[in-house]
Design a protein around this ligand. Sequence first.
Ligand SMILES: Nc1ncnc2c1ncn2[C@@H]1O[C@H](COP(=O)(O)OP(=O)(O)OP(=O)(O)O)[C@@H](O)[C@H]1O
Length: 585
Amino acid sequence: MLRLIHQIMLFAGSYAPRIRVSYIFAFLKSLCANGPVIVAIVLVNMLLEGTLEPSGCVVAGVVLLLLIVLQSVFQNIVDRLQSAAGYLMFADARMKLATHLRHLPMGYFTAGNLGKISSVLSADMVFVEEQSMDVLSQVISDVFAQIIIVAFMFWLHPIIGFAALATVFAAVVVAQFMNREALGESVNRQQAIEQLTGAVLEYAEGIAVNKSFNRAGVGARELREAFAESRDHNLSFERFISPWQRALLVIYAIGMSAVVALCVWLYGQGAMEPGNFIGVMFFAFSLFAPLKHMYSLDGTAAIMKVSLDRVQSVLDEEEIEDNGKKVLPASSEDVPEIEFRNVSFSYEDEEVLHDVSFTVHVGETVALVGQSGSGKTTLTNLLARFWDVSSGQVLVRGVDVRELSSEVLMGVLSMVFQRVYLFEDTVRANLSMGAPEASDKRIVQAAEKAQCLNFIMKLPYGFDTVIGEGASTLSGGEAQRLSIARCILKDAPIVILDEATANLDADNESAIQQAMSELCRDKTTIVIAHHLSTIMSADKIVVLDSGRVAEMGSHEELIARDGMYAKMVAAELTAGVWSSCKEEA
Ligand SMILES: Nc1ncnc2c1ncn2[C@@H]1O[C@H](COP(=O)(O)OP(=O)(O)OP(=O)(O)O)[C@@H](O)[C@H]1O
């Protein structure tokens, strides 16, 4: 328990001193809570000795009243200090987590961690937020209350004090074992919740595929299994903790009986004042109540410790360094706008790019072509610093991208992905993401250039229509054009384009091609090209083969070379399907 308090205090950071001040008031509150019994014992002793005056009763009454009032005042101060610190610290923690997630490499999000991130942000954070201050306040009050009661027992009689202390010691030892074991159980429980969250996400994301393959039942079965596993772990956790709690109750009962027996014996021997005897009897049944209460929180505490560990484990993930301070110079004809210099890159252990070098000059369009898996997307991801190179350099206007802040780098890049993601917000908000200050006029112009004005105007509220999460309420072609309009509005000088491979109807196809040409007008462009027309019109074609540059040059140069590219083009012209040609080339 004390370790948990220490962990919460570490988590509290700059709010820890405020919480520590609350300890003082928690102690004072516990003193006040036990004060009435001391007053009662003094009164009884005076009564038995025949020294109790009416004025003494009045003083005792006033003291009792004062103690009750002070107790609630101190409790109020504790609550205020702790809950204010709690709200502030969790608001900070959420911001810290959000900022941290923004600086993690993309690999963290693709390595099966989505279930973990979601359950940390939803289940763990919420649990800690709702419970921690409450548990902290109760544990601190219980610890102080138990210390005061044991001290009081010593004051009444040392032997009684030792008996109470021995019981507390035995309970703490047993609770240590319980805590250690409970921790293991709650790790399993939280992992089951993580798997369940992952299963729910996967089920929701894959529902269309499952339905189309008539597998909806299979998906639901997997989900049900995850639910069942989570339920089993919850039950097993409760079953596990219960016997330990019973063992603790037995210890308290033995301790309490020993104290009562000793008290009777001492009184019989004349070694104890009658008032003190009554005092012990008065306390006997609630002698270990604070400890009992504190350890009844053990299940909650174990889950909280694991939750805090899991939040911390996300916070401990290494960020991509984002402390670049270099200023990006203006574009120049003399320095390449983009340069890949001897770039190699590995996901985990496997190197997928080997010593790749090429340049893109300002205003040029470079087409990346190659078989599926040859490394085209990875190259563009390195330019955007979604990952960092393993060796070599990616430079923008002669500056290594690692020396630029993400704000500066993203300021000069626009990216159109194949998989379009639009947020559940208005069309206007989605378009102005990269240019929040854009006027309505510019927004309309961008939409027009990207061939989306017509369909936007047909939406119920035009630019103020809220589109579904992930663009679920738009057609694929419409969503793609909106994502291009978003980049046109951003107006960044470098464009990275992953050309759509999806089979679109002729109208959509030509609308998207027009939108893309508008986007790339006067820009430096790297395009992952899938259409021969796009490739042929590029200033330079970089042909990738298993992560290496196989050939490089203009369409005419590469055709004249009669190498890999020429074969790909020949296959395209005869079979008419570029993607399958790539596989054969
Ligand atoms: N997140 C990842 N983790 C591990 N390996 C990856 C990851 N992303 C891609 N790879 C691997 O890296 C290699 C290059 O992939 P990349 O996506 O860059 O190829 P590509 O040429 O863009 O393919 P496609 O045309 O199919 O999109 C492939 O072998 C792929 O399996």
